[in-house]
Ligand binder design. Structure first.
Ligand SMILES: Nc1ncnc2c1ncn2[C@@H]1O[C@H](COP(=O)(O)OP(=O)(O)O)[C@@H](O)[C@H]1O
Ligand SMILES: CC(C)(COP(=O)(O)O)[C@@H](O)C(=O)NCCC(=O)O
Ligand SMILES: [K+]
Length: 240
């Protein structure tokens, strides 16, 4: 069994991978992550052979992950994923390939392995990222925009009257501020995706992942597939 860890800017996600496939554990908020809280969660799992880490957040969080794993399972092999110019049949479009977020790179590797290309990958996390990959495994580049929570927070940070509300929900034209903000950011996300995807070849598949994938998918006027495990699937290539 191997342990896969995806550290985004909001949450640490983890899963085990074995002969029976992937099994995701519950995500931990970065804001409350400590060696103790992580050791509590992992204390109950069987010792993994290898640990694969993807980290686009603070190095401190990768450090906590390494240190807890080393303490619980002395001698464990730890692999930290890095974006490369080319691997597993995927060629990175970035001028400086190592600068592409490693979560985005791993999602591309997973798409190449598990889906019929071309694919448009959208990661609906802290940021919303869009990445395009053609039938030959060539990454065509991508886009980055704030995620739903960040869009809401930026309105409250940049205005006098708009207050951040965690719980408002609305679709379409809204009749109070919290709902109007919610509806606005959801439409912005859906509009970005539809705009990019509509310019892709007819046979291109749309693949959504990330914490807000289901919510955003519900607003799309085009067919899409949700794969919550895309980054884990990329990580598991590194330990297979
Ligand atoms: N239980 C949850 N806890 C926190 N955020 C959640 C939860 N369910 C969905 N979300 C949404 O998921 C987003 C974070 O998605 P995630 O893919 O974990 O991001 P990242 O990889 O950037 O850490 C949050 O902005 C939030 O809107
Ligand atoms: C764009 C991101 C912030 C997305 O992070 P996330 O929303 O998954 O936390 C991350 O992939 C990143 O830091 N990328 C480096 C810059 C780039 O990909 O161009
Ligand atoms: K992510």
């Amino acid at each position: 069994m191997n342990l896969l860890v995806d550290i985004g800017n909001s949450r640490l996600k983890w899963a085990t991978s074995g002969p029976g496939g992937l099994a995701a554990g519950s995500a931990l908020a970065n804001s409350t992550l400590t060696e103790e809280s992580l050791a509590d969660v992992w204390g109950g799992i069987p010792p993994p052979e290898r640990l694969a880490i993807s980290c686009v957040s603070a190095r401190r969080l990768a450090g906590i992950t390494r240190s807890v794993a080393g303490r619980l399972w002395p001698g464990i092999t730890i692999i930290e994923a890095k974006s490369e110019a080319e691997a597993f049949g995927v060629r990175n479009a970035y001028l400086q390939p190592e600068k592409l977020g490693v979560d985005r790179w791993l999602a591309l590797l997973a798409a190449r392995r598990h889906y019929a290309l071309p694919v448009c990958i959208v990661d609906c996390g802290t940021a919303i990222t869009v990445d395009l990959i053609d039938e030959r495994g060539q990454h065509l580049g991508g886009m980055i925009c704030p995620g739903l929570e960040l869009m809401k927070k930026s309105l409250s940070a940049g205005t006098e009257a708009l207050v951040y509300e965690a719980s408002a929900f609305a679709v379409g034209p809204a009749n109070h501020t919290g709902a109007a903000i919610y509806s606005g950011v959801l439409s912005a996300a859906a509009g970005l995706i539809e705009h990019v995807f509509s310019a892709q070849p007819e046979h291109c598949q749309l693949l959504l992942t990330g914490g807000d994938a289901r919510l955003i998918a519900g607003q799309l006027g085009c067919a899409c597939r949700i794969d919550a495990d895309l980054v884990f699937r990329g990580l598991s290539l590194l330990v297979e």
